[in-house]
Design a protein around this ligand. Sequence first.
Ligand SMILES: C[S@@+](CC[C@H](N)C(=O)[O-])C[C@H]1O[C@@H](n2cnc3c(N)ncnc32)[C@H](O)[C@@H]1O
Length: 209
Amino acid sequence: MPDENPLLKQATLLGGDPDAIREFYENWSEHYDTDLLLSMGYVGPEIAAEALVQHVSDTALILDAGCGTGLVGIELIKRKWDLTIDGIDLTPAMLAQSRSKGAYRKLNLADMAGPLFEIDDDIYDGVVCAGVFTAGHVGPAGIDELIRVAKPGAPIVLTVRDIAWEADGFKDKIETLEQEGKTRVVSVTESPYHTKENIFCQLVVLEVV
Ligand SMILES: C[S@@+](CC[C@H](N)C(=O)[O-])C[C@H]1O[C@@H](n2cnc3c(N)ncnc32)[C@H](O)[C@@H]1O
């Protein structure tokens, strides 16, 4: 197995600082798809989309949180072409790449580390978030807003990278949410994430109560 890609290593060291994250992804946006898909064998969008479509209708309204360049949108549309998908992200250049894919209805700037002011409660039939709950990006508190904007009964699908799962409190957060009666855990599955490197994630499927 090769060592972790230097760009990926750098990404985990951004410390959750929005300016550093934005600058990093602005610089990476143009080559992100090629680097992630071809060099690293990134399958986060595929596994997240596949999990989500098992739990939503053909015409559901979906939020892709931290949509990046739109890889998740493409994977969703491949599986259910009549979904309506909105995307949010912190980085304008990543949103521009998403826009060029043509899979999204609306694409808006938003910081998932805080309140998603632009989005009302109980809007989405399903929420998906791939590649954002990882070291140096958005912490477990970011899940609360995804729950707020999802309808009761809606699925929320998250990938959480191996190094962040326990160390950054995601495992505890998922358990606490269930204890508080906010979400039901449908499944938590360890899954390959970067198939050309020795990197795994937890694929988490929650149902909003
Ligand atoms: C590894 S990429 C994942 C993109 C896409 N979901 C995928 O799977 O390819 C991480 C994305 O999270 C976004 N991001 C990081 N911190 C964020 C925050 N606080 N709020 C919203 N988006 C954020 C970055 O701009 C970047 O587009």
